[in-house]
Design a protein around this ligand. Sequence first.
Ligand code: NAI
Length: 422
Amino acid sequence: MDTITPRLDDVANAREAGDRKLDWARDHMPIAAALREQFELEQPLAGERVGMAMHVEAKTGVLVELVAAGGAEVAIAGCNPLSTQDDVSAALDAQDGITSYARHDVDDEEYYGAMDAVARFEPTITVDDGCDLVTLLHDEYPDIATTVVGGCEETTTGVHRLRAMAADGALNYPVFAVNDTPMKRLFDNVHGTGESVLANVAMTTNLTIAGKTVVVGGYGHCGRGVARKADGMDAHVVVTEVDPRKALEAHMDGHEVLPMREAAAEGDLFVTTTGNRDVIVGEHFDAMADGAVLCNAGHFDVEVDVDELEARAASSREVRPGVEEFEMPDGRRLHLLAEGRLVNLAGPLSMGHPVEVMDQSFGVQALCVRELVESELEPGVHDVPDVVDRELARVKLEAEGIEHDALTDRQEEYLGSWQHGT
Ligand code: NAI
């Protein structure tokens, strides 16, 4: 697949291009800048080896630099074969204390080989996006998994997997559910996914959102963001859900709610955001109109049944970079973006979430990495301490120049008392 990211054929040029991307990201990440000053001074991660499996692009690069600035040695691999930007990977790899094994569009052997290299680096701390590094350590390197101090998990699907491991008694070290904390989930999943998914669909297809019927599969944090932004861009939004409360919420938010078997015939653009498999399958492809565009924003490429789409199609061809056209036997053409992988990260024009949003998410990550070193936690999945979450909000508001009210003593006393009545 063509990409805006240069391949590594010319390493010097790639590093320079990666450095420019890192500069731009750093300039728009005030939380990372403030933490970097602290980390450089205090060296809270001195002696730690931080192993990461993340989408290797510029904002992640700033997190990697921040962790290294805190005194850690860092090794990183990708967490999706298509989301790595080779220039950023090269620029990181050139820095002291950082090794990046991530490469764009590699085969399975090279992709898992990179993650394996991070495992063999014997991390004392893991930072994952999707839980692949944690599971690799537990499955293949159990001796190392017992020496890990702790980990952090970036995304909803990763937290689901960790909770399942913990329920099975299979998780041997503590992991912070970074995804679940308000400063991450209410901004990254909602606004970050909403904006970056629709921006990528628009850029990849060069088609309008306005006037279209956009079917959003799942009305969780990501789906709510996509639906809200699509509505703001003058689309008609249809939501599909399996949770009755979420379906009701979508209805009360003004969206049409339908089962996917009915929505399939209505949609011009389909976006899956469920973290679940088989959301759009064979019977849905059969009902779709000529020209329908399909994409996925969930972590794994299991939401749109791409194998079934291939099996039902008479032929397929790439009609634009990142757009695969499947012609069905009856002549209808269905267009799949980014191979059904997360469209805002794995397409040829994808750059992931907006920088400012990731500043928050990665601010949480950096503080949680420090927290793991400074506290002794039991194995299992842990909430991000509220004090960390609030402090990040304060830093962000200060950076944005936004003032807000504080509780007076009288108000605080009132809220903390049960003796006040009418
Ligand atoms: P969430 O748990 O808040 O929402 C998921 C929603 O999907 C729930 O309301 C659930 O009821 C619904 N759902 C489950 N199965 C369904 C089905 N078959 N049909 C319709 N609805 C169904 O999760 P969140 O935070 O919105 O994350 C969703 C996915 O997106 C996860 O895989 C997560 O890892 C990923 N993610 C992707 C990002 C990106 O940049 N593309 C950013 C953040 C998360």
